[in-house]
Design a protein around this ligand. Structure first.
Ligand SMILES: NC(=O)c1ccc[n+]([C@@H]2O[C@H](COP(=O)([O-])OP(=O)(O)OC[C@H]3O[C@@H](n4cnc5c(N)ncnc54)[C@H](O)[C@@H]3O)[C@@H](O)[C@H]2O)c1
Length: 419
């Protein structure tokens, strides 16, 4: 098949992790892409990615600092893995140049940024795929199939609780700055996507919000082991970051969410919890319940229904037609999985490989992107609905946030973006 000339734009932690995903897909013989450019204004980062690519893909991409330098390379698609502040301008610019886009979450830094992306995506008709990896986890695919098959009846109530982090830096300084994508957006969009994937549209929210830890600590900044370093790629940058800094982004939200279906969720996202860590994702329905594992853990679903708890391969008996897609099956080792067991780094790259496979299929016109800019923008709107509610003390409709009728919390961020 002819290869799609691709550039990775943003060669930091996630840019490198995406490269590992692309290499994983190529190893499986399923990559429709040829990586022709590594783009980052920080030349060291672009060179680092290009060097890794030479080893992993067998060909070194051209190092560039911006789109203008890429224009002569015959690019057809870009994979935008920059910090969130640049997602909307880089996406709009790429689409206007006729390039398809995969963009990391959060789709845009604010709802207004997302709305600019939505408009241009609609006008150009090109693919915009938001790189949401959690829903692609094979265990989450099985949970969705079981839900759709009515295994626990009609979903009524969801618990979505996550907590930890204490006063440590989460991966990078920018994740604690309100105008750069604080943790409640950075992580919240993943969970918003998962909740809507399972239960459909969230219509309104009521939240309490806090900034518990206004000073954050980065152990790597004083030569100690990093405490938050997913896939092991961030250490070299974390050593350059300050050991202690001021956090401006809120770090905890406690909320009730209403779904269009009539279901209700209780949501806790607390990035400042000391002591025991918190994880609970449960769905309770009219016939039973699911206790769902953490994303990318590979642990099984626990289903309780008809007085019995099942957490093994018998779950598959309830969904005889359940099949994982070609790339997921090839990479995870089977098309009907109920668990898997890989080190985190491998699971991470397999899921990113699946994202690339699906992006390639969407470019080839086989199907629309699963998480398109509409869905990606909804996750941003749900996350900000929580923050808008936390600030105003009012119940907030997600539709009003999406339509920019409610946006006080985001106003200063939009000003900083000049939009
Ligand atoms: N899906 C996931 O599991 C997951 C995990 C981590 C990060 N992310 C997302 O990936 C994105 C990047 O996060 P990260 O952890 O890699 O951040 P990072 O700070 O490690 O890297 C960002 C890179 O973008 C570069 N950059 C900034 N402006 C640019 C521009 N205009 N053009 C090209 N490059 C530019 C920076 O120089 C840096 O190299 C964020 O949107 C983040 O939310 C997703």
């Amino acid at each position: 098949m002819p290869q799609i000339p691709l550039a990775i734009v943003g060669c930091g932690g996630m840019g490198h992790r995406h490269l590992f995903g692309l290499a994983e897909l190529q190893r499986a013989g399923l990559s429709p892409f040829e990586l022709v450019a590594a783009c980052d204004p920080v030349t060291d980062n672009a060179n680092s990615l290009a060097d890794e690519a030479a080893t992993l893909l067998g060909k070194r991409p051209t190092v560039v600092a911006n789109y203008d330098e890429m224009a002569a390379l015959g690019i057809a698609a870009v994979d935008i893995t920059t910090t969130p502040r640049f997602h909307h301008t880089l996406t709009v610019d790429a689409l206007q140049r006729g390039w398809h886009v995969m963009v990391e979450k959060p789709a845009g830094l604010t709802v207004r940024a997302c709305n600019q992306m939505r408009t241009v995506a609609r006008d150009t008709g090109l693919v915009v795929s938001v790189a949401e990896n959690y829903r692609r986890d094979p265990v989450n695919r099985l949970a969705k199939a079981l839900l759709d098959a009515g295994a626990i009846g009609t979903p009524r109530f969801m618990i979505h609780h996550s907590g930890g982090g204490s006063d440590r830096m989460t991966i990078s300084v920018w994740r604690h700055q309100k105008d750069q994508s604080g943790v409640l957006l950075d992580v919240g969009v993943h969970y918003a996507d998962m909740m809507e994937y399972f239960l459909g549209e969230i219509t309104s929210v009521y939240a309490q919000m806090r900034l518990h830890e206004p000073i954050r600590y980065n152990p790597a900044g004083e030569g100690k082991e990093p405490t938050s370093n997913p896939a092991g790629v961030y250490g070299k940058w974390q050593r350059q970051m300050p050991a202690r800094f001021e956090a401006t982004a809120d770090d905890a939200v406690y909320a009730t969410l209403n779904f269009a279906s009539g279901a209700v969720a209780q949501y806790i996202e607390d990035h400042a919890m000391h002591g025991q860590g918190l994880w609970s994702r449960q769905i309770h329905g009219s016939k039973g319940s699911f206790d769902l594992p953490n994303d990318r853990s590979g642990r099984p679903i626990r289903m309780t229904a008809n007085g019995e708890t099942v957490d093994d391969g018998r779950l598959l008996d309830l969904v005889p037609d359940f099949r994982l897609d070609e790339a997921t099956s090839a990479l995870f080792g089977g098309d009907r999985l109920w668990r898997y067991d890989f080190p985190f780094e491998q699971t991470d790259r397999k899921l990113l490989a699946v994202e690339y496979a699906e992006f390639g299929e969407a470019i080839a016109g086989q199907h629309p992107a699963e998480v398109d800019i509409e869905q990606g923008s909804r996750s941003v709107a749900v996350s900000y609905a929580l923050m808008e509610s936390g600030q105003s003390g009012q119940i907030v409709n997600v539709a009003d946030v999406l339509a920019e009728q409610i946006g006080d919390y985001q106003a200063s961020i939009n000003v900083s973006l000049g939009i």
